[in-house]
Ligand binder design. Structure first.
Ligand code: MN
Length: 227
């Protein structure tokens, strides 16, 4: 049966060492570092992390340029470790979760903070604050076969050469195996699923002309410019 309109392209992310990783879905964790929960005005002892999603075609590849998005005056960076799944499953056990990981990458969960707070305070969905066009930059994926599992080490972001976010993956409230396990209790995971694991403190605005460089120890740096 012929498609009645052109089929949308498959979104892919380059893999360090060669090949492309086809993306199925993008999941994200909210409030997964205590210091970031505090800067958002919440108590980390009382607030658990949670999940939301972005559309797959929100991906922007490394060294990309992003036009400043419409409908915001407070466009924020959130540097995050991204997990790329190799195998899916439902109710994946914590102690088996890492066997399902293909690799890791540096990502940015770009956010319209003004809209997020408006929606949050009104009890409305976050989609237009989080899941908008070009809101999911990502660098190349490093396979576990090359770099092993990434569970500790520095995670930071520089804007125009100045460090704005600076933490360690050991500060994650839900670590990678826990995140995979809990998420697979809500939805069945599949190969091609990406999980943005949450941002540390230091989130802040970027404007036209800003150049962001994101880093996680052991992975390819991510460079994105706002135009
Ligand atoms: Mn985030």
């Amino acid at each position: 049966m012929a498609h009645v309109i052109p089929a949308p392209p498959i979104t892919t992310v380059p893999v360090v060492g060669g090949g492309d990783y086809p993306v199925r879905r993008i999941y994200c964790v909210g409030r997964n570092y205590a210091a970031h929960i505090r800067e958002m005005g919440f108590d980390p002892d009382r607030e658990k992390p949670f999940f939301f999603a972005k559309p797959t075609d929100a991906i922007v590849l490394n060294n990309g340029e992003i036009p400043y998005p419409p409908q915001t005056k407070n466009y924020h960076h959130e540097i995050e470790l991204v997990v790329a799944m190799a195998k899916g499953g439902k109710d994946i056990a914590i102690d088996k979760a890492l066997d399902h990981v293909y690799g890791y990458a540096v990502g940015l969960d770009m956010t319209r903070r003004d809209l997020q707070f408006q929606f949050r305070d009104a009890g409305r969905p976050w989609d237009m604050a989080k899941g908008f066009d070009q809101s999911a930059p990502i660098a190349a994926i490093s396979p576990v076969a090359k770099v092993g599992h990434i569970g500790k080490g520095a995670i930071w972001l520089e804007v125009n050469g100045k460090k704005t976010q600076n933490s360690d993956l050991q500060n994650l409230i839900w670590n990678v195996p826990e995140t995979i396990s809990y998420l697979s209790g809500f939805v069945e995971l599949f190969p091609g699923d990406l999980i943005y694991t949450g941002t540390p403190d230091g989130v802040g605005p970027v404007v036209k002309g800003d150049r962001m460089v994101g880093h996680v120890d052991g992975l390819e740096d991510l460079t994105i410019t706002i135009i």
